[in-house]
Design a protein around this ligand. Structure first.
Ligand SMILES: Nc1nc2c(ncn2[C@@H]2O[C@H](COP(=O)(O)OP(=O)(O)O)[C@@H](O)[C@H]2O)c(=O)[nH]1
Ligand SMILES: [Mg+2]
Length: 694
């Protein structure tokens, strides 16, 4: 059955790892009648954590989609991973959802990943609610968590449900909006509706007033009426809350114990009734002229969609997840892949509940579904009915922060390894695989050690490829610090035709980042014009391998000032060889120095770790540029040599007990000297020896 746009709601469940997202997802599917019973994460049988790597590690790694029906609405729910290693999948679910539901542990309060996700949602102006779960645990506290949310997110959450009892005495929740109590039941039983117990009347009245205020704040005319009459009708409250939530000025908070199916019916009712409709959302596209344009979700327009994710299913093969932006997608239809400018035949289309695919005939604007077995579709592709004037903006993902060099032990496995790694980059756009021609290493990079290790495990266990890994080599550079000049004559007399070319080169340092400049200052034809390309080639070869440690040379101006040629024996080759040698000679005399890449590093840690992180960074030759603390989360900005950051995800994890994270990007090259430079030269020599032996 297909649902029209007005009947669709899309929600991403997100939050710090271990806060109960997958459990909530599972129990929502159970109370929604989608699965016959809820399984525990520990059993490895949940709808959310079904891949072998998730079952083995008991954590979520991939975003999983399911849907249920409540009050005639189709609610698509994404269960997302909590570890920052898998942020890519969380972000794609945010793109496809009109709102997010953040889970917060009723004992621990707001944890660091949740703060980062909150900021990400801020950037997207995405409406969101908070589900405070595990309220059955000892030391759980609802009010204290609300206060913590207020401090860390700088917003006042408005409770839509309140807990009855807390910790071992937890009995259920009260729905403030619908004015009903829901009593938690033992075992696999759905919570039971009933009247609000008298002891909670006062707390409920106060909470209801706050909720009505939130509704009134959503709309000026409602506010006037509320001030005037002191009350609003149920319809007015609903309408006000819908507006306030869509405008992101109202943050609803829910209480519950997902594990005991508690607080879930009022949550679903709220999403079905008040949750933002796809009509409130716009996607962002680029016009043919490269201008940004907002595209509203609109069923009346011709079909368009964005491929948000690629996954592989054991039975169905490649699955392309699509968010329908306009019109509708029908099975057995012809569409245009705008990104590839290619016609595409769509066969069967599906919705899903975890790994279980359900065939459908069509998907309307606002909905999310799957096109199976399309070899050519890729994540970020724009699909349309035929119009090629718009291209949806690609998912904006963070840059990888952790890299390792990898190679197959047996040469014969190289191709298979390469194929697997390319597929892995399709499945997760934050995972990269590149061959670095400069360091001659295949490098894989991801958002953290965990993400990279999971890929390595798959290579070893599933693909049965034996691989070696090592810390990647740093791409050092060489440059000069003063002017110098050198001349070189290339001369060879063999049999008939000889070789002859002489050049005189001046070299001088350029400013950092300027690269290379060539000046031809030859007067009177000492080196004829047709040999100048040979001269430039020779200099390029000289610059490709510096004289200190064989790294590329940068930021040098080379001027050819003089030379000599022979009418018969000269050739482009002679001048190339002469120039390469002259460049090397000149460089040796120009006080060469090594340059190392310096990275801009941003570290996010809980406040209590700030001191330790900063002292670690100064031990890593880092320069602290700034530091902020908002809501208990510290952000440190620093510049640190790349050579010191090759294992930073591991170091930071041990300093912060796994709670810290960071982003890193190249900024500039800076000179190194002394022992550090000596070590680089020594290890480059060792590498060269090894290369020659092979
Ligand atoms: N007591 C209690 N434990 C819960 C509740 N929800 C989840 N858990 C437990 O918390 C752990 C982590 O849950 P999980 O759903 O995997 O968290 P996720 O990483 O956010 O997906 C599991 O052991 C769950 O059984 C709850 O409401 N009450
Ligand atoms: Mg999970």
């Amino acid at each position: 059955m297909s649902y029209t746009t007005d009947l669709i709601k899309n929600v991403s469940i997100a939050g710090h790892g271990g806060t109960g997202k997958t459990t909530l997802f599972e129990h929502l599917l159970f109370v929604g009648g989608i699965i016959p019973r809820a399984e525990t994460v520990e059993s490895g049988k949940t709808a959310g954590d079904y891949s072998p790597e998730e079952i083995e590690r008991k954590i979520s790694i991939h975003t999983v989609l399911a849907h249920l029906e409540r009050k005639g609405r189709k609610i698509n729910i994404f269960d997302t991973p909590g570890s920052s290693d898998f942020l890519g999948d969380v972000i794609l679910s945010f793109r496809a959802s009109e709102c997010a539901l953040l889970t917060v542990d009723g004992r621990a309060g707001v944890q660091i990943e949740t703060v980062k996700l909150w900021r990400n949602l801020d950037d997207r102006k995405k409406p969101r609610g908070i589900f405070i779960t595990k309220l059955d645990e000892e030391r759980a506290a609802f009010d204290a968590v609300l206060a913590d949310i207020k401090e860390k997110f700088q917003v006042s959450p408005v409770p839509v449900t309140l807990p009855m009892g807390i910790g071992p005495g937890f009995k259920g929740v009260i729905d403030i909006l619908e004015e009903k109590a829901y009593f938690a039941q033992d075992g696999d039983t759905i919570e039971k509706e009933g009247p609000i117990p008298a002891e909670y009347e006062e707390a409920v009245a106060a909470a209801r007033e706050r909720l009505i205020e939130a509704a009134a704040e959503g709309d000026d005319t409602l506010m006037e009426k509320y001030i005037d009459k002191g009350a609003l009708t149920a319809e007015e409250i609903h309408a006000g809350l819908i507006e306030a939530l869509a405008a992101n000025s109202f943050v609803p908070a829910f209480a519950g114990v997902a594990l005991k199916n508690s607080g879930l019916l009022p949550l679903l009712d709220f999403v079905a009734g008040i949750g933002p409709s796809p009509f409130t959302a716009k996607d962002l596209a680029l016009t043919a002229e490269g201008e940004r344009q907002e595209v509203p979700i609109d069923p009346a327009k011709p079909f368009s969609a964005l491929v948000i994710k690629t996954s592989y299913d054991q039975f169905s093969g490649k699955l392309s997840w699509v968010k329908i932006v306009s019109g509708k997608l029908s099975s057995e239809s012809d569409i245009l892949n705008v990104s590839e400018n290619k016609k595409e035949r769509v066969g069967k289309i599906y919705t899903c509940v975890g790994k279980k695919l359900e065939e459908v005939r069509e998907l309307d604007a606002g909905d999310v579904g799957i096109i199976a077995k399309s070899a050519t579709l890729k994540t970020n592709d724009t699909l349309s009915a035929g119009d090629s004037s718009l291209n949806f903006v690609h998912l904006r993902l963070p840059e990888p922060v952790h890299s390792v060099a990898v190679n197959a032990v047996a040469k014969k496995d190289d191709d298979k390894l390469g194929e697997f790694l390319i597929r892995a980059t399709e499945e997760d756009k934050t995972f990269r695989y590149v061959f670095n021609t400069e360091t001659k290493e295949a490098m894989i990079s991801g958002m953290g050690e965990l993400q990279v290790n999971i890929i390595l495990d798959k290579i070893r266990q599933n693909q049965k490829i034996e691989v070696e890994t090592h810390i990647p080599r740093v791409a050092y550079r060489e440059t000069i610090t003063k002017k110098a000049s050198a001349e070189y004559t290339h001369k060879k007399q063999t049999g008939g035709h000889g070789q002859y070319g002489k050049v005189v080169l001046d070299i001088s340092p350029l400013a950092r980042g300027e690269g290379y400049k060539f000046v031809n200052a030859i007067f009177g034809g000492a080196v004829p014009k047709n040999y100048i390309p040979g001269v430039e080639k020779g200099i390029a070869e000289g610059m490709a391998r510096g004289t200190m440690a064989g790294y590329p040379v940068v930021d040098v101006e080379v001027t050819i000032v003089d030379g000599k040629y022979h009418p018969v024996d000269s050739s482009e080759l002679s001048f190339k060889l002469a120039s390469r040698n002259a460049f090397r000679e000149a460089m040796k005399q120009a006080s060469p120095t090594l340059l190392e890449p310096i990275m801009n590093l941003t570290v996010f840690v809980e406040e209590k770790y700030l001191g330790d992180v900063m002292s670690d960074l100064s031990g890593k030759r880092g320069k602290i540029l700034g530091q902020d603390t908002v809501g208990g989360i510290g952000e440190i900005r620093a510049q640190v040599p790349q050579a010191e950051l090759l294992r930073y995800s591991i170091d930071l994890r041990s300093i912060t007990s796994g709670t810290g994270s960071f982003s890193v990007e190249f900024d500039h090259y800076a000179p190194i000297s002394g022992r550090i430079a000596d070590d680089v030269i020594k290890s480059a020599e060792a590498f060269r020896v090894k290369e020659e032996e092979e």
